[in-house]
Design a protein around this ligand. Sequence first.
Ligand SMILES: NC(=O)c1ccc[n+]([C@@H]2O[C@H](COP(=O)([O-])OP(=O)(O)OC[C@H]3O[C@@H](n4cnc5c(N)ncnc54)[C@H](OP(=O)(O)O)[C@@H]3O)[C@@H](O)[C@H]2O)c1
Length: 435
Amino acid sequence: MAAEAKTVHSAVVTYASMLSLLSLCPPFVILLWYTMVHADGSIGQTWDYLRQNGLQGFIDIWPRPTVIAWKIIFCYGAFEAALQLLLPGKRVEGPISPAGNRPIYKANGLAAFAVTLITYLGLWWYGIFNPTIVYDHLGEIFSALIFGSFIFCIFLYLKGHLAPSSSDSGSCGNLIIDFYWGMELYPRIGKNFDIKVFTNCRFGMMSWAVLAVTYCIKQYELNGRVADSMLVSTILMLVYVTKFFWWEAGYWNTMDIAHDRAGFYICWGCLVWVPSIYTSPGMYLVNHPVDLGTQLAIYILVAGILCIYINYDCDRQRQEFRRTNGKCTVWGKSPSKILASYTTTSGETKSSLLLTSGWWGLARHFHYVPEILSAFFWTVPALFNHVLPYFYVVFLTILLFDRAKRDDDRCRSKYGKYWKLYCQRVPYKIIPGIY
Ligand SMILES: NC(=O)c1ccc[n+]([C@@H]2O[C@H](COP(=O)([O-])OP(=O)(O)OC[C@H]3O[C@@H](n4cnc5c(N)ncnc54)[C@H](OP(=O)(O)O)[C@@H]3O)[C@@H](O)[C@H]2O)c1
């Protein structure tokens, strides 16, 4: 772990971000839900309420986790875990880990995604379960997730100490950093149930699609129709999540899975922040059925799909390049590349290829630009009456700029002079010509 710990933020930043995550994020999740659902999406209204009622007012609006909330979470979690374990899928090798291991995964994400949505819509269609129940108990569900995920992170910490699943684990000697950044890279229950695939993909990302559909159904129940703004926003989110599951095996090569250990930072984020914050533009639209008109709706839809496609193509290009060991074409030409060598934590020397053409020749993290723009396009159907729907876009921009820095630092310490050479060839971090 020592080598990995060097690559994340310093202890001071870790303490500061952990403190703020712990103390600010849970109340923020509740305040955001309250503002969207009960205060007309207006920060001013919530602010006035809090000014008049103080701390007691805040305690009063914090929903207690109810039995129905726990039941919904448990049924959903158990269903997703069962799909992860039981649905067939291709055997996929993950990237070589820092300790030189190669985790094996079962690629059944797209099937799980399809089964989940068909089951959810089927339950609604046949009158077995009305998704609006989820919306009506959303605050209680978020509240239960906040507490439940914290306990889950304690379990991860204990498992990391007592029963790690692989040699990609260990303590950095500091309890708080271990808890926050995690102890194990790919913790498993048994040989096959990968916990990070569950938290990040099957619980977190899946909940995004499920809640997007829920918000649509709620608006339909309230108004007898779904506004074009809601339709555009939901379609874009669903295209994005479909793309995610289509490419899920590729996601297993990204920082979240290949580098970030299973701790509070990543797991709490996926279990609580994704369902509550990532879905928030849809949550806002439920009570704000804006009519865009066909032309504007189509423009936004096309622009959003284009951005999602470019983001996908950036990821695909990098992974195709690595998969074929550079023997592919990038934008119709043979790729320009750097052959970089590095040393694993167990002292072995390995080599890796860095792509320096195509999207990866524009900037070192150009793919974050279309990612941020996609989020903008599924938010902009809300138009500009309130700023709160744009919170996710702002948050994502900060997250990805920080991530670009973290990844650059990590790659610099992994590849040394080869990364320096890459930075000379591709000088911009995210926005070509600007940053
Ligand atoms: N919505 C969200 O909250 C969110 C958050 C994060 C990411 N994302 C999306 O998830 C996707 C993955 O992004 P990511 O941030 O995980 O990182 P990524 O860019 O997919 O992966 C970074 C890794 O790729 C390798 N790499 C870097 N430059 C390379 C090059 N020129 N050629 C070949 N390999 C290179 C390095 O790993 P090695 O050690 O293997 O060399 C680096 O650590 C993106 O589409 C991103 O937009 C979304």
